[in-house]
Design a binder for this molecule. Structure first.
Ligand code: SF4
Ligand code: SF4
Ligand code: FES
Length: 249
């Protein structure tokens, strides 16, 4: 069988429905690009375009399928006959608190977010999460008062709001998890001893001579030093060490 030419591949389009209106779009596009291809202009509902900001939550169905599907418009490739709409914003209550004043205890969370206990364990939140966060698991951890577990389980949350849109308990799960992460990171997690040591070394003047020397260099020399510096490779693993320890205390 003859394989498709590049122009044939580029010309393959599929029908999609954006808020009920039909468009023919290239089948390789993400939902976000397909909407722009169809003439929509993003003023809201688009941020990073890289799957991390949570601004582009999208809900869709497929022809002949009863299921509700969700995804990030910047990451999800179009499918033929998908009916979609983007949720530029889903209302969600966030409690007011002074982080410096608040105690890192389960009671603090329970007082700020009593709706936590309205969870009926339906798990609709986990099913809808585009980041595959086990939302019910972090909600259950919160109810048990396990702030550390809630912080860890919710770590990949990008605050898209889709879980809140499906919640039988009408809570904004992700705001509660964010509080747990703040409390854990800011008040419960053990302090990094090596970081404290580095701060102390800086305060003690360990780098004063090096900094003074850098200040004497011309811009080109600084650029050269910067571009030639030894960097940790992206896939280095745990045991990586720099070849030179010059500049380390
Ligand atoms: S936990 Fe909720 S807000 Fe966070 S990414 Fe998942 S669906 Fe979005
Ligand atoms: S959607 Fe709401 S009620 Fe259902 S499991 Fe998740 S938090 Fe609980
Ligand atoms: S635009 Fe940021 S996650 Fe899609």
């Amino acid at each position: 069988m003859a394989s498709a030419t590049v122009s044939e591949v580029e010309n393959t389009t599929v029908p999609i429905y954006v808020m009920g209106k039909k468009y023919e779009v290239p089948d390789t596009l993400t939902i976000m690009k397909a909407m722009e291809y169809s003439g929509y202009q993003y003023i809201r509902g688009c941020g990073c375009r890289g799957g991390v900001c949570g601004a582009c939550a999208t809900v869709y169905r497929k022809a002949g399928d009863y299921k509700i599907y969700t995804g990030l418009a910047c990451q999800t490739v179009v499918e033929p006959e998908m009916y979609l709409t983007q949720l530029p914003f889903y209302p969600a209550s966030r409690a007011d608190y002074d982080f410096e004043e608040i105690e890192a205890t389960p009671d603090s969370i329970f007082k700020l977010y009593p709706e936590l206990f309205r969870c009926v364990a339906c798990n609709a939140c986990s099913k809808v999460c585009p980041m595959d966060v086990e939302v019910l698991d972090y909600v259950s951890a919160l109810k048990r008062g396990d702030i550390e577990a809630a912080a860890e389980i919710s770590f990949d949350c990008i605050q898209c709001g889709l879980c809140a849109s499906r919640c039988m308990g009408e809570m904004a799960q992700y705001h509660i998890a964010q509080l747990a992460r703040r409390l854990y990171g800011g008040k419960l997690a053990p302090k990094a001893e090596h970081l404290q040591k580095m701060c102390d070394d800086i305060d003690g003047g360990a780098f004063d001579d090096d900094l003074a020397n850098l200040k004497t260099l011309a811009e080109d020399e600084l650029k050269k030093i910067y571009s030639e510096r030894e960097m940790e490779p992206a896939m280095s693993g745990e045991g990586w060490k720099p070849e030179s320890s010059a500049g380390l205390v």
